[in-house]
Design a protein around this ligand. Structure first.
Ligand code: HEC
Length: 203
């Protein structure tokens, strides 16, 4: 029993050390965020953990029923921002170095109506609950991603979890190009999140 306790506390101590080491490395590289991106030696992004606890800023929806039955992304696009980056943006209007944004896709429930919608107590529409089905992450780092306007884009899979543990930066044609052409400000589609990012008082 005693050795079990020792083993457990040793394991906890090691885990704590790894955690501290990782946190130290991040804050040194990206002083204005709390949870910075981790890149492995190949330059791949390590999948951020616990992003569902970050600040939720919006959920665009492009269902099959509104896209001739063939939407590229028929799910809710749940968008989260790392909390310290969110606070910085609210204060300064600029995304700090090391900002991470996550877009996790969530399938709608399959409704019985021809366009895939259903009628629920709140009305007719599309409802989440079909489960997570994909993960995209963007990272701001003006040195690493200077060629794509300071942001790098990473896809961890378009399927149900588990997602890939690491992801290689997607080529410009696959991701950054469309953000360069269409996003309203600094590569981010803030036109969809603006009320949460700027106008509303913080709760
Ligand atoms: C054809 C245009 C297009 C391409 C290509 C594209 N995106 Fe986006 N992206 C959007 C739009 C539009 C939004 C706004 C939210 C939404 O509608 O999903 C968005 C939002 C995002 C967000 C949320 C933060 C933000 O910038 O608004 C992330 C993260 C993201 N995309 C990552 C990626 C990744 C990774 C790829 C490549 C695998 C990619 N995107 C390719 C159009 C595109």
């Amino acid at each position: 029993m005693k050795s079990l306790i020792l083993n457990r506390s040793t394991a906890l101590a090691i885990t704590a050390c790894i955690g501290l080491y990782a946190a130290g490395a991040h804050s040194a590289d990206y002083p204005d965020v709390k949870i910075g991106p981790t890149f492995n030696e190949k330059g791949q992004l390590v999948q951020p953990k616990d992003f569902r606890k970050w600040v939720f800023i919006g959920a665009p929806l492009t269902p099959n029923g509104l896209n001739n039955g063939n939407a590229g992304f028929p799910e809710f696009h749940n968008v989260y921002v790392e909390p310290a980056a969110f606070e910085q943006y609210r204060k300064t209007g600029t995304w700090p170095e090391g900002t991470m944004m996550v877009k996790e896709l969530h399938l709608t429930q399959k409704g019985p109506l021809p366009d895939g919608s259903s009628v629920e107590p709140s009305g007719r529409g599309y409802f989440p609950g079909g489960g997570p089905s994909g993960l995209d992450v963007s990272v701001k780092d003006s040195k690493r991603f200077a060629k794509t306007k300071n942001w790098g884009y990473f896809n961890f899979g378009h399927h149900s979890p588990p997602y890939s543990a690491v992801s290689t930066e997607s080529p410009k044609e696959a991701c950054a190009g469309c953000h360069i052409d269409n996003a309203k400000e600094d590569m981010v589609y803030i036109q969809f999140y603006e009320p949460v990012l700027t106008a509303l008082p913080l709760p």
